[in-house]
Design a protein around this ligand. Structure first.
Ligand code: SF4
Length: 280
């Protein structure tokens, strides 16, 4: 039995950058806190916790230790509160998310109605809302056109960076024609789109796939479903303790892959555990 790690798996550029920033501050002996999980992977968060990164809540985030802003970004008011309290901010917002925030701020200043395709409680969407005074309408897959949408208003249509392509295309089609002045900004992350295509190829090349990721990560959920559609023998685990030997009966190869928030060290650990389990 050979466990083959997906050569294209591992962190996206935004996550790599944020972790590098955190590790750099902590390696220089500095203290650092983050509001919520830096990335949606419990095991990687535990590793960063051992290096000294502390998870804090909103109340603690603008006082005490320097605060790291996650790849998802923060609302404009967060930076104002931090400045007012004298808290040091280390900004690791992904450049792609910063670009969305800028587009939303400009549209808001122009008086455009803003429609965000995404999940209303996702931290990236919450932060985007905080760059247009909370005035955006948030819509998701197969949802009705909101009653609050005014088709006579100039409108910006934008997406959470991890939204599936077909969901954004669906909203483009539904609003084009309905809204005469519709500006569409495709803010979806090219890494996520490319990963989906690469994952389909990898999944089809192996008799079975073990997909590794955090249960609370939307990118993990999206890529796991892509993988499962390409190869129905796809099994989800958060770590090596969830492997089931029955999955590997009568096959000599298994692919190991993960999402943009799954660390490579964890994929290696799962691959080693698969080979050990089958050899036992
Ligand atoms: S998935 Fe894309 S947008 Fe999100 S943090 Fe990674 S690089 Fe940035």
């Amino acid at each position: 039995m050979k466990a083959v790690i997906d050569p294209r798996a591992g962190f996206c550029g935004g996550v790599k950058r944020a972790i590098h920033v955190a590790e750099d501050v902590l390696a220089r002996g500095g203290s650092l806190a983050v509001k919520g999980e830096l990335i949606h992977n419990r095991l990687e968060m535990e590793r960063l916790g051992r290096l000294g990164l502390e998870i804090v809540d909103e109340a603690q985030a603008t006082g005490g230790k320097p605060i790291l802003v996650r790849t998802h970004g923060e609302e404009a008011a967060f930076f104002e509160r931090a400045a007012a309290s004298g808290a040091e901010v280390v900004d690791a917002t992904c450049p792609k998310v910063l670009r969305s925030q800028k587009v939303i701020r400009r549209a808001h200043e122009e008086g455009r109605q803003i429609v965000i395709v995404g999940h209303v409680n996702h931290p990236e969407v919450v932060a985007l809302q905080g760059h247009c005074d909370g005035r955006a309408l948030v819509v998701k897959r197969e949802e009705q056109i909101p009653a609050a949408l005014d088709p006579s208003q100039p409108t910006l249509l934008i997406a959470q960076t991890t939204v599936a392509p077909e969901v954004f295309v669906d909203w483009q089609e539904r609003l084009t024609g309905l809204i005469p002045d519709l500006q569409i900004f495709d803010s979806r992350c090219s890494f996520v789109t490319r990963r989906q295509q690469e994952l389909v190829t990898f999944a089809a090349e192996h008799p079975a796939i073990v997909f590794v990721g955090g249960r609370n990560s939307s990118n993990t959920a999206l890529l796991y479903n892509v993988c499962r559609q390409a190869n129905p023998r796809t099994y989800f685990v958060e770590n090596e303790t969830e492997l089931d030997p029955a999955w590997f009966k009568s096959i000599d190869r298994v692919g190991i892959s993960g999402s943009a928030s799954t660390p490579m060290w964890l994929l290696q650990k799962v691959a080693e555990a698969v080979e050990t389990l089958v050899a036992a």
